[in-house]
Design a protein around this ligand. Structure first.
Ligand code: SAM
Length: 349
């Protein structure tokens, strides 16, 4: 619970949150963080505990935040309800020879539970989320599935030791929390829009107050890489340019390039090949997305098959994302094409 967190840490977080408006890049398209804050009138709240209360509700109410389960360390049997729903739906589909196109949250969760069960990972997954004291939902299963894939690759490729991770567009930081639990991560750098960093930093404060954190205005190029304990960095999109070359072991992007303007994707790719170590793992899952643009500019479509990957990458897996198709398919619903790619990058291309 965030109430139990050390006061200095909470004060630092509150200071960071109050600076978010000053970090704003006027050009960037903003998420819903700012609106959510406005609707709770957060800027007029001076008291840090009150601020944290409000932010906690915003994060838990958002599509990316974890939802706490009040009995930490007990298996949350609430998952059974949706699991039974999945069985009923599947039996119904078998009998009728059709597929339901219900996209409500509960249904997506049910499908995801079925997916993870088929992978033989249901009980390992439930055990895993138990230690966080969170409810099972589609997003937590999705993160767990990505985590399994990543961990398998790291083991197979024998990438170990104190690892440096970079995640571009991390939502509320759920995947970073999962990685810290399973993998020996030492530095985890999150690069995101300022409003979204507020979400991620809140969840790190709540679930891993033992980790060191560095907020955007505390970032010091000279000190980076000299930390003596596991550290999470929260950096703004433009700060990626201050990260050292040939440094990161793992680079991640989940459904976040899809949302960016093509120039932004190209910019990130040029940095990835500079700051990623030779042979670093670059794992991304992204979908085809049409960006809304002014009519005179024509239509811009982000296509993950056409991202500017390096020619010398060693591709470990490249294809449609199994999880997406298992959870999003329905009658007359063709899921948006979503591509999962894991590669070892070679910088001299
Ligand atoms: C659909 S969410 C995905 C969040 C998370 N990766 C997940 O899979 O749940 C897209 C993320 O990309 C971030 N994003 C959008 N534009 C960005 C940019 N220019 N630079 C970095 N992150 C960006 C959003 O703020 C958000 O965190």
């Amino acid at each position: 619970m965030v109430e139990d967190v050390n006061k200095d840490l909470k004060d630092r977080y509150c200071k960071f949150v109050s600076k978010i408006p000053t970090f704003k890049d006027k050009q960037a398209k903003l998420g819903h963080w700012e609106d959510a804050i406005k609707s709770f009138n957060l800027y007029s709240v001076k008291n840090c505990s009150q601020k944290l209360d409000i932010i906690g509700k915003i994060v838990e109410g958002s599509e990316f935040g974890f939802r706490s389960f009040y009995k930490k360390y007990f298996t949350n049997f609430l998952f059974l309800k949706d699991f039974l729903l999945a069985r009923i739906i599947l039996i119904g589909e078998k009998i009728s020879g059709t597929i339901s196109n219900n996209r409500i949250t509960k249904y997506e969760h049910a499908r995801a539970l079925e997916f993870i069960k088929k992978k033989g990972l249901l009980f390992e997954y439930l055990e895993f989320i138990k230690s966080f004291g969170i409810k099972s939902e589609m997003q937590t299963i999705r993160y767990f599935y990505y985590l399994k894939n990543l961990n398998d690759v790291l083991e197979k490729q024998q990438i170990k030791g104190k690892l440096n991770f970079l995640e571009i567009g991390a939502g509320a930081g759920g995947f970073s929390l999962f990685c810290f639990k399973k993998i020996s991560v030492f530095r985890y750098v999150i690069v995101d829009l300022p409003e979204m960093l507020g979400y991620a930093a809140y969840q790190i404060l709540k679930y891993r107050p033992d980790l060191s954190v560095v907020y955007p205005d505390e970032f010091n190029e000279g000190l980076f890489g000299k930390e003596n304990k596991p550290t999470v960095y929260f950096l703004l999109p433009k700060q990626i340019e201050y990260l050292p070359e040939n440094f990161f072991n793992v680079i991640l992007n989940f459904t976040s390039f899809s949302e960016m303007a093509p120039e932004e994707i190209i910019r990130y790719f040029s940095y990835i090949y500079k700051i990623g170590k030779q042979g670093a793992i670059f794992y991304n899952v992204n979908r085809v997305k049409q960006l809304s643009k002014k009519e005179e500019d024509g239509v811009i479509i982000n296509n993950p098959l056409l991202f500017p990957y390096g020619n010398n990458d060693e591709i470990l897996s490249f294809g449609t994302d199994e999880f997406h198709y298992a959870t999003r398919t329905g009658i007359g619903v063709i899921p948006t094409m979503t591509i999962s790619r894991i590669a070892r990058i070679k910088s001299n291309n």
